[in-house]
Structures are given as structure tokens and as C-alpha cells.
Design a protein around this ligand. Structure first.
Ligand code: TYM
Length: 340
């Protein structure tokens, strides 16, 4: 069993990233062999400042380690350290992918909105690189938030199409992965607009809880969370998205059932309920934030961890690439002549 997931090093990570994805990296790391990576090649699609990208890559790695990803149990690496394999597989999958299916990707539609022909090709082919990331490691299971569901469907379709074209009947040259999306917490909503997901780029500052926010900031953001005009703490995502979002978060960080939490806060006011959620989230995030700062104080150690995992990642990805090269009919590359 292989588990794999990736996270972009764009800016700071928020509570949605943690609840929807990162904590599942941690809980899944013993279910099989786990591979988690910082998707810096994907981040290039936004043409970030180079120094910022380098810094964010280290910060994101520190965030995963602080949250509990254990480099002794999971391979934590940087995508570009295995760039040769990921990008060669991307090319092969681009030849299998169809423009129609990439045109239908909602994230592409959102990101290209209003840009017309000037939207970058990287943003367009972004999901194909993601497919290469997943198939490179023969991943069975991919823990992600609900916003990645469509990308994972594409990964499955590309892997299946590739297998149909190049494999014998029923042969799985590329593993067809299953997305692992939590029903509760798979889509954390913006606290100021609970009809929109919490997001790095499109959210409101007051409605986005950053993983590194101090406790008082977290409580303040929850205090001003938008709810509704009733006064009933009841789980009903369609009718009461704000309250339901808060109930999901409290359930996850406290480990108590939603029914129990509804009953407990039934007679209280929203104000007290919001403070209770904020305090529980703040308490949960405090040790992670403290550990993060410790890790960032020793960058050499962080770089050592990332460097030591790259070999294992390369070993697996290059075996997949060799399999693909042989199946599609490319000649094996000759050894490079020694130069001196
Ligand atoms: P990224 O970096 O945007 O997000 C990282 C993870 O966080 C999840 N997430 C959320 N979960 C719940 N609620 C939210 N509001 C929320 N916002 C984000 C995302 O679903 C994701 O799991 N394309 C990917 C990175 C990637 C990848 C991969 C993932 C590249 N290659 C291969 C899996 C497999 C992305 O941009 O995630």
C-alpha cells in the first residue's frame, strides 16, 4: 500500500490545509509506505519571487514536520529534487490527456478567468503534472481536501487511458489511485464567507486562520465568524454553513461527536460557541506552531531531512519512468559517455 500527497509552497498554510490534508498525512503515514512532497514545480505556475519560493519550500516542509509527519516513517521530499522523473512522466501523460478534459478543470477555469489567451500553459497543464506526481509512486491512496477531487478524477482517467493503450488486457502499468477525502473537514470554509472554501489566495484575511497565527488572533477570528440570524447550534451544512463549519472544526480538534457538541451548545449564544471553537482550535495549533519555530531555527537539519529522502523518492519514480519508457516504445537512453 502506497500513500502519497503533495502541497504547494505558496505563502503560509491555513487551517483548511491542516484539517483537510496535513493531519491525514500524519494519520496515514503508518498505513503503508507514505510519500509526501512540497510541490514547488506546481508553485512555479504563479511565477513567485525566487527567494520567496526557496523560503516557502523550507517553511512548508517545517510545517508538515511540526504537524507530525515523521521522516523516519514517511518520505518527505521536494518535488523538484525528482524533477527529471516527474516532468518526463508529465510529457507522456500530456500526450494521453485531451484538451477538452483540461478545459473542464474548475481550478483552471477559476485561475484563467478574465485572462483569455494570456493564461500560462503551466496553469493549463498543471493537473497533468499532478497526475505524474501520483502515478510515479504507484500511489494507492491520495489524502487531499475536497477541492482536489476533480484533479484526482483526471489522474484516474489518464492512468486508465494509458493502461488501455499500452497494457495487455487488464494490465495496470500505472496504478489507478483512490482519492482519500474526509467527509467531515474535507472542505473548511472561510470564516467570513462560509459559502467559500478557506483559501490562500482568494479568501478574506479575517476569515482565514493561518497555521502560524498566535492564539489570540485565532480566537479573535473565530469571534467574528459569520454565522446566521438564528440562535441554534445545529449541524446543517446547506442551511447553516457557518455554524456547521464551526461544528466540524470543533468536532475534529476536540474529538467529541457533533451530536454531543450540538447538545452542549444548544442553549448558549453564538458568541460563547464561537469563543469555545476558537479556543479549542488555538489550543490544538499551539504545539504545532511552537515546534515549527524550533524547526525553522535549524535550517541545516531541515535541508538534511529533505535531502536524505530524495534518494528514496528518485528510486521509486525512476523505476516507474523506466517501465513507461519501455512500454511506449522509447529506446532506453545510452549511458552518458565519461568525460574527463
Ligand atoms: P494545495 O497546496 O492547494 O493544498 C494542499 C492540501 O490542502 C487541501 N485544502 C483544503 N482542505 C480542506 N479545506 C480547505 N479549505 C482546503 N484548502 C486546501 C487541498 O485539497 C490539498 O490536499 N494541486 C495540489 C498539490 C498537489 C498534489 C499533487 C496533491 C500537487 N501534486 C499530487 C495530491 C497529489 C494543491 O495545490 O494543493
Amino acid at each position: 500500500m502506497r500513500i502519497l500527497s503533495g502541497i504547494q509552497p505558496t505563502g503560509d498554510k491555513h487551517l483548511g490545509n491542516y484539517i483537510g490534508a496535513i493531519r491525514h498525512y500524519v494519520s496515514n503515514q503508518d498505513l503503508g509506505e507514505a510519500f509526501y512532497f512540497i510541490a514547488d514545480l506546481h508553485a512555479l505556475t504563479l511565477l513567485p519571487d525566487p527567494a520567496d519560493l526557496r523560503e516557502s519550500t523550507l517553511k512548508t516542509a517545517a510545517m508538515l514536520l511540526a504537524a507530525g509527519v515523521d521522516p523516519e516513517r514517511a518520505t518527505l521530499f521536494v518535488q523538484s529534487h525528482v524533477a527529471s522523473e516527474h516532468t518526463q512522466l508529465t510529457w507522456v501523460l500530456q500526450c494521453v490527456a485531451r484538451m477538452g478534459e483540461l478545459n473542464r478543470m474548475t481550478q483552471f477555469k477559476d485561475k484563467s478567468d478574465g485572462k483569455g489567451d494570456s493564461v500560462s500553459v503551466g496553469i493549463y497543464t498543471y493537473p497533468v503534472l499532478q497526475a505524474a506526481d501520483v502515478v510515479a509512486y504507484d500511489a494507492d491512496s491520495v489524502p487531499v481536501g475536497a477541492d482536489q477531487k476533480q484533479h484526482l478524477e483526471l489522474v484516474r482517467n489518464l492512468a486508465q487511458r494509458f493502461n488501455n493503450r499500452y497494457g495487455a488486457e487488464g494490465e495496470e502499468i500505472l496504478k489507478v489511485p483512490e482519492p482519500l477525502i474526509a467527509e467531515v473537514g474535507g472542505r473548511v470554509m472561510d470564516l467570513q464567507d462560509p459559502t467559500r472554501k478557506m483559501s490562500t489566495s482568494n479568501g478574506s484575511e479575517k476569515g482565514t486562520v493561518w497555521m502560524l497565527d498566535e492564539s489570540d488572533t485565532i480566537v479573535k477570528k473565530f469571534k467574528s465568524a459569520v454565522t446566521d440570524s438564528e440562535a441554534e447550534v445545529r449541524y446543517d451544512p446547506a442551511q447553516k454553513p457557518g455554524v456547521s463549519n464551526l461544528l466540524e472544526l470543533l468536532h475534529i480538534v476536540s474529538g467529541r461527536s457533533i451530536a454531543e457538541l450540538e447538545a452542549e451548545h444548544d442553549h448558549g449564544r453564538y458568541g460563547d460557541f464561537k469563543v469555545a471553537v476558537g479556543e479549542a482550535v488555538a489550543a490544538h495549533m499551539t504545539p504545532i506552531r511552537e515546534r515549527y519555530h524550533e524547526l525553522m531555527d535549524d535550517r541545516a537539519e531541515l535541508e538534511r531531512i529533505l535531502g536524505s529522502s530524495a534518494d528514496r523518492a528518485r528510486e521509486v519514480a525512476s523505476a516507474t519512468l523506466a517501465r513507461v519508457v519501455a512500454k511506449v516504445g522509447l529506446l532506453e537512453a545510452p549511458e552518458r559517455a565519461a568525460t574527463n
